[in-house]
Structures are given as structure tokens and as C-alpha cells.
Design a protein around this ligand. Structure first.
Ligand code: GLY
Length: 304
């Protein structure tokens, strides 16, 4: 029997990618193709300065990217971290997920693998991103500013009409990060997790904090206990933010998207953030605003 399909993604920048992914799912396509196509669309757009081409560089002015792919049918995972000068890190991650061994490659090893497997090379640093880097470098030396600014990983999770699920992430990571710094996005359980028998979750925010709580796996395990995706994602972020505040007085920004294998979706966040949902109704952009003990969700835009 044909099942309900659904796609959810972090940030408004995902809209065009979710539209493309949704049309794949609507036409009985596969969830793996939907998330890869959706994330590639964002990676290719130079206007989004946190992902792929045009991503903001590390402190050496190099664009080092992290990406991951997970197939919820067989729990296959592929990931790359600190990879430079390749057009679509998410596609390299997907290819790695076919392997039995060597599924997570970093830096020069990831680049050698991508080259050997025919992936397209590209200088990912745009003039615009270089200008932002130069300005920030000057400000940092003059005003002693923190290098971290914003959190915008692209994450997508899809459920197709056969009931299969997949997740993918891609980011250039923290602006002005140290060379070799890796965030949560390529780490299974932290940046993403998906299991056909339950559902999937993925995270955007400060990787250094998200990975302390393995928030994507935690959210999926909450759904396994029968909690709705909305309650699972919100309670996961709330519980872990409170724990960090109790331990050390503050928590970094964390936002989670979640969808179960019935196509019900949810989000949890401790900062304002936008996200996109595609299903048989429409592709819609929403904004989530955290309030005391709840998150208020408002509709921003629909696709035509
Ligand atoms: N969440 C992305 C990063 O921290 O790199």
C-alpha cells in the first residue's frame, strides 16, 4: 500500500531543495535521492554562506566542509569531514555509505577518495566569502570578538511512499574555526540519525554542544518510546540545554528537526530558527520561537 511521504529540513534556505526532493517523493522516488538532491541544491548556491559553495572559511581562509548521509533501511552511513575543493560533499558521503569499511573519511583522505571516484572538484571560496572573512579578521583583532556567529547546517530527512527513510547533512562549520575542527554534522547520533523502524532526527547549532548530548540519537530513541516527533525533539533540546545550564551556567544554540515513519514531524529549539516541511499538502516554510517551556511555530511561506 502507498504510504504517506514527508520531507523536513533546517532553515529557510532549504526551500528550493525541499521542493525538488518533494517532487521526487511525490513521483514515487526514493528517499535517498530526495535528500541528496535537496542538500546538493543548497550546496550549489553561493548565497548561503554556511554550506558548500560560498561557505565561510576557517581561520586560514580555507573552506573545510563536513557532510553525512544515512540510509534508514539498512542503517548505512557515509561521512566526510574537513574536505576542501569538492563541489558536493553530500554525494561523496552517500557514495561512502555503500562501503563495509572506511565509511568516514577526513581531510586529504576524503579528497583522494573523491578524486578517485570521479567527484567534481571546485574552488568553494567565493570572492564574497573572502571579503566577509577579511572584514571579520580585522574586527577580531580590533575588538576582540568571538569568532562564532550563527548556526546554519543544512539537514534533510525524507520518508518515501515505500516507507523508507534517509537523512543527510552538509556544512562549512563554524566561521573562523581552527583548521581541522569538526562539528556535529558528520557525526552519527549527534548531527543526524534515521531508522526506518522509528524515524529520523537531525541537528543544527553549536556542534561542540550538540555532540555532548548526541541529540539526534536521543530524539529518535524518545520517538521509539512512543513519543510524538514534536514532543521528542522539544524535550530532548529542553532537557539537554537545562543540563548544560545546570552544569556550567549556559547552553549553546541547538535546533532539531524530526519525523517519524508515519510522516508526523516535529522540531525542538532553544533559539529562533526557520525550517521547511514538504508533504502531500504543500512545501511550507515555518519559524519556530522558543518560549518558556514551549516552542511557538508560525507559518511563513508556502510554495505556489
Ligand atoms: N552544527 C554545525 C557545526 O557546529 O559545525
Amino acid at each position: 500500500m502507498e504510504k504517506k511521504w514527508c520531507m523536513i529540513a533546517t532553515w529557510e534556505m532549504a526551500k528550493e531543495g525541499v521542493e525538488k526532493g518533494s517532487s521526487i517523493l511525490q513521483d514515487r522516488g526514493n528517499c535517498c535521492d530526495a535528500v541528496e538532491t535537496g542538500v546538493k541544491t543548497v550546496e550549489d548556491c553561493p548565497e548561503y554562506t554556511s554550506v558548500g559553495y560560498g561557505g565561510l572559511p576557517n581561520e586560514e581562509c580555507e573552506v573545510e566542509m563536513d557532510a553525512a548521509f544515512m540510509d534508514g533501511k539498512n542503517l548505512s552511513i557515509g561521512a566526510v569531514a574537513g574536505i576542501k575543493d569538492f563541489k558536493n560533499p553530500v554525494s561523496i558521503a552517500r557514495k561512502l555509505s555503500e562501503n563495509r569499511f572506511n565509511i568516514f573519511l577526513v581531510g586529504a583522505g576524503a579528497e583522494a577518495y573523491a578524486h578517485k571516484n570521479g567527484f567534481e572538484r571546485k574552488n568553494m571560496l567565493t570572492e564574497e566569502s573572502k571579503k566577509i572573512w577579511e572584514k571579520r579578521k580585522k574586527e577580531m583583532s580590533e575588538k576582540n570578538l568571538s569568532p562564532y556567529d550563527g548556526h546554519d547546517t543544512i539537514c534533510m530527512i525524507a520518508l518515501d511512499k515505500c516507507g523508507d527513510m534517509a537523512a543527510a547533512t552538509s556544512t562549512s562549520g563554524l566561521f573562523m574555526k581552527k583548521r581541522g575542527r569538526v562539528g556535529d554534522s558528520p557525526l552519527s547520533g549527534s548531527g543526524f540519525y534515521v531508522d526506518n523502524e522509528i524515524g529520523g532526527a537531525a541537528a543544527t547549532g553549536l556542534g561542540e554542544d550538540i555532540m555532548k548530548g548526541c541529540l539526534s540519537y536521543d530524539t529518535v530513541q524518545r520517538m521509539k518510546r512512543g513519543i510524538s516527533p514534536m514532543e521528542a525533539a522539544q524535550s530532548s533540546v529542553r532537557d539537554f540545554s537545562e543540563k548544560l545550564k545546570k552544569i556550567r551556567g549556559y547552553s549553546g544554540a541547538m535546533s532539531l528537526i524530526a519525523v517519524n515513519n508515519r510522516g508526523e514531524w516535529g522540531i525542538g529549539t532553544n533559539v529562533e530558527f526557520t525550517f521547511v516541511v514538504g508533504n502531500s499538502e504543500k512545501v511550507r516554510v515555518y519559524r519556530a520561537v522558543p518560549m518558556e517551556n514551549k516552542v511557538v511555530i508560525e507559518r511563513l511561506k508556502d510554495s505556489l
